[in-house]
Design a protein around this ligand. Structure first.
Ligand SMILES: [Ca+2]
Length: 395
């Protein structure tokens, strides 16, 4: 574990502008420390946060090798401001992007049930997924592809449930739909849907509590959880409760990303006040509905960052160049959160209001840029010319 001192901070952005929030952390045995940080809506000057670590070694965790490959301290060279340009326009409710090594993209559309391929600036239909029943926040949601690009997974809302299918991918077309996991509760709202393949090759899946808050704490329900399953849909070995459940107490997980040390981060919609960025550990309870944002509840893990819902309403999440990038729907901006081990620096906003609602953010297959999709055709946005679009972000 890294120094307990540095696990005790929750950045607070928004409602309590300038206020300090000090919270407990997931490890009950950690000693409290009066470390304080203040965070306000001021989005300038955050680069210092990434380089302020007094320690050259980010962590002593089991998987720290990748993070500490260099014996010297973290370089301090600040990154240039990110610049965005259109990759493709004219999409309808794009929800998730699966980048391919040849530079093209697979993208799924929530409301059309379609998987499209984007080559250059042109999108064309690959396949309409059958059995999708779009409605409310449901529809064709998650999409991810294995590193060998042979298998595609999709998460969608069907007639009775949310489910996950796999399909083979041969470079041009998708094979037969195979349901690998069914029975995730569905609702008009809070259907979760994000999927990511972990360093262990298992699928990590964010679900929502479908508007029934009690389900989030119910270990017998798949709602309001992060699941960890094999690519065949079985509970992954080593899960904390002997089931598919990896963590609980979530309201509606919308973003999942692994950092370069193999830690899992998740974004989550709050209710009326606080959206969350959480560092996910096996078996931990993230508080909902007992706690929204940070609290003192026994046995519950506090977020690393909270935002007022008007500044975030977070969806997709990606780790790139030492930071997490979080796409904000209602907040209409891309949040950058510097990561240093298990600690985070001051969040910084990019593109505020420029592109409207942002749904997903994914690292391109070559690692050189981010791909960010808008969500202005989802019924809650103001449609601009060209919406919805996928942007390429460079810096
Ligand atoms: Ca929480």
């Amino acid at each position: 574990m890294s120094s307990p001192r540095r696990q005790l901070r929750t950045w607070s952005v928004g409602l309590l502008a300038g206020a300090t929030v000090i919270t407990g952390c997931s490890t009950a045995a950690s000693s409290p420390d009066p470390a304080t940080l203040t965070a306000g809506p001021d989005n300038s000057g955050s680069t210092a946060a990434t380089s302020a670590s007094p320690s050259p070694s980010p962590s002593a965790g089991a998987s720290s090798a990748t993070a500490s490959a260099s014996p010297s301290p973290t370089p301090t060279k600040p990154l240039a401001d990110p610049v965005a340009k259109d990759v493709v326009t004219g999409l309808t409710t794009p929800w998730a992007i699966a980048p391919l090594k040849d530079g093209s993209l697979l993208v799924c559309e929530r409301d059309t049930s379609m998987i499209k391929r984007v080559v250059g600036s042109r999108a064309s239909e690959v396949q309409r997924i059958s059995d999708v029943e779009p409605g409310g926040e449901g529809g064709l949601l998650g999409l991810t592809i294995t590193p060998d690009e042979k298998t595609v997974f999709a998460y969608f809302t069907a007639a009775e449930d949310n489910r996950i299918i796999s399909m083979s991918w041969d470079g041009t077309s998708l094979g037969e739909q195979k349901t690998i996991f069914a029975g995730i509760p569905k609702g008009f709202r809070h259907n979760g849907g994000r999927m990511v393949i972990g360093p262990d090759n298992h699928l990590y899946v964010g679900t929502g509590e479908v508007g029934d808050t009690s389900l989030a704490q119910d270990k017998k329900s798949l709602a309001g959880k992060i699941l960890r399953i094999t690519q065949d849909g079985a509970p992954a070995r080593g899960n904390p409760f002997g089931t598919e459940i990896y963590s609980l107490g979530h309201r509606n997980v919308q973003g999942l990303a692994f950092d370069d040390a193999g830690r899992l981060w998740a974004s989550e919609f709050g209710d009326q006040t606080w959206d969350e960025l959480n560092l996910i550990t096996k078996g931990s309870n993230y508080g909902w509905p007992e706690v929204e944002g940070s609290g003192q509840a026994e046995g519950m893990t506090n977020p690393k960052v909270v935002w007022s819902t008007s500044e975030a309403s977070p969806s997709g999440l990606a780790y790139w160049k030492g930071s997490l990038y979080l796409a904000a729907l209602r907040g209409r901006r891309l949040w950058e959160i510097p990561v240093d081990g298990t600690d985070v620096g001051k969040p910084k906003a990019h593109f505020t209001g420029e592109y409207g609602r942002l749904r997903s953010v994914t690292v391109a297959a070559d690692g050189q840029r981010l791909l960010v999709s808008t969500s202005n055709t989802d019924g809650r946005g103001d449609r601009q010319r060209g919406d919805d679009r996928i942007l390429e972000v460079n810096r």
